[in-house]
Ligand binder design. Structure first.
Ligand SMILES: [Cu+2]
Length: 108
């Protein structure tokens, strides 16, 4: 078990190193999925913004637009889904596995 934890610690540090250049160039906002909750639940962004959902739960979640604009596959633990919003509007979404999980993106 200890070896597994060490392996993940190394894997995560490698991933964060690889991601840091991209996050400083593109306007992106992160929504964390944790404890069956999208956080922040409502987010306001400028047109053209990319939202990245990261799953911190131990079980998979799905990010699905209520209007069908976007839908992720099942996002495993520490997995992510990104979507770029090019049109202004209000985008409500939920987790299709757990429909009580809801969130909203407001694009200006
Ligand atoms: Cu879910």
């Amino acid at each position: 078990m200890k070896h597994v934890i060490v392996f993940f610690a190394i894997l995560m540090s490698t991933l964060s190193l690889a991601e840091s250049p991209a996050s400083s160039t593109a306007p992106s906002t992160t929504v964390t999925i944790d404890n069956f909750t999208f956080s922040p639940m409502t987010i306001e962004v400028q047109r053209g913004a990319t939202i990245k959902w990261i799953n911190k739960d131990d079980i998979p979640h799905v990010v699905a637009s209520t209007a069908g604009t976007f839908k992720s596959r099942a996002i495993d633990t520490d997995g992510s889904f990104v979507f770029t919003f090019t049109e202004p509007g209000t985008y409500e979404y939920y987790c299709s596995v757990h429909p009580k999980m809801t969130g909203k993106i407001v694009v200006k």
